[in-house]
Write a protein that binds this ligand. Structure first.
Ligand code: C2E
Ligand code: MG
Ligand code: MG
Ligand code: MG
Length: 278
């Protein structure tokens, strides 16, 4: 397991394992100050409803504007943050940002949209998350139904504690829950029926080139069918071109997200984009 982790790390930073380890150590100490020094950024990527054409919400994705290394994607630091126990600070920062934006949109009289925040396996194991979330929602007086939490299928399955209990505690506050990267984990479709979730996000690996392979299309269509049969909203992740979109629409997907619609943007760009898109 440790060897696998190391390989993943080296794959990110390349040169040698030694240099990679040194880089990780310095990144870790930098991460401690990143939040205090306001170096994290929240990007938003929109989701569109295929039936109505409306933008129903956005997913919040973290970026780190590192003073020396430039823009870092989450893959470069979220795994370290998880291992070093700092993921909770990132999660809290992302949640606060999202809730603040939702509150601002309400004041501005915008049409209600949801914002989805990614939470990690460690957050699910953290019994204080529901209370932290409740405090935040109360502070900003935001409709909890506009906030969504995304947990990966893999994260859920590998969480030591009973994930269903924590998900139920979060649901009790009225927030929406989504299963992220669905189809990449080891869980069975049957497990889905026990999860108190609202949305199923089908991983990009099922979406990519779906138009070019009838078997892939059959798979996508059946996942959509099962998800909708369980009363869930089904979203296709990572839609990049029109051919994929046509196929996804034919499969009956509810929502799409991906570069075809828009890349993740900072808040000002997202709002400009919304204004242009309608
Ligand atoms: P995810 O939650 O599945 O997010 C979707 C990822 O796919 C994002 O990468 C997004 O930029 C990318 N993407 C969106 N549309 C397309 C497309 O059409 N084509 C392709 N090739 N990619 C697309 P990003 O921002 O690098 O995030 C990667 C992962 O990092 C996320 O996957 C999520 O698991 C994690 N992550 C991001 N932000 C956070 C956070 O605040 N907290 C935690 N715990 N994890 C986060
Ligand atoms: Mg996500
Ligand atoms: Mg995903
Ligand atoms: Mg992913």
């Amino acid at each position: 397991f440790e060897a696998k982790r190391l390989r993943q790390d080296v794959a990110v930073f390349n040169p040698s394992a030694e240099a990679a380890r040194a880089l990780h150590l310095s990144l870790l100490s930098d991460l401690a100050t990143a939040i205090q020094q306001d170096q994290l950024r929240q990007f938003l990527q929109p989701k569109r409803c295929l039936k109505t054409g409306r933008i129903t919400g956005a997913e919040a994705l973290v970026r780190w504007q590192h003073p020396q290394r430039g823009w870092l994607p989450p893959g470069d630091f979220v795994p370290f943050a998880e291992r070093s126990g700092r993921i909770r600070q990132i999660t809290d920062w992302m949640l606060a940002r999202a809730v603040r934006t939702l509150a601002a949109w309400e004041v501005e009289g915008r049409e209600p949209m949801s914002i989805a925040v990614n939470i990690s396996t460690l957050d699910i194991q953290d019994q204080t998350l529901p209370a932290r979330l409740a405090a935040l929602l109360a502070e900003y007086r935001v409709d909890p139904g506009q906030l969504q939490l995304e947990v990966t299928e893999t994260g859920l399955m590998s969480s030591g504690t009973d994930p269903i209990a924590v998900l139920n505690a979060l649901k009790a506050w009225g927030v929406k829950l989504a299963i992220d990267d669905f189809g990449t984990g080891q869980s069975s479709l049957a497990y889905l029926q026990h999860l108190p979730v609202d949305e199923l996000k089908i991983d990009r690996s099922f979406v990519q080139d779906v138009n070019a392979d009838p078997r892939r299309q059959a798979l996508l269509k059946s996942i959509v069918g099962v998800g909708q049969g369980l009363g869930l909203t089904v979203t296709a992740e990572g839609v990049e071109n029109q051919a994929e979109l046509d196929c996804i629409a034919a499969c009956g997907c509810d929502l799409i997200q991906g570069y075809l619609l828009a890349k993740p943007m900072d808040l000002p760009d997202f709002q400009t984009w919304l204004g242009r898109t309608g």
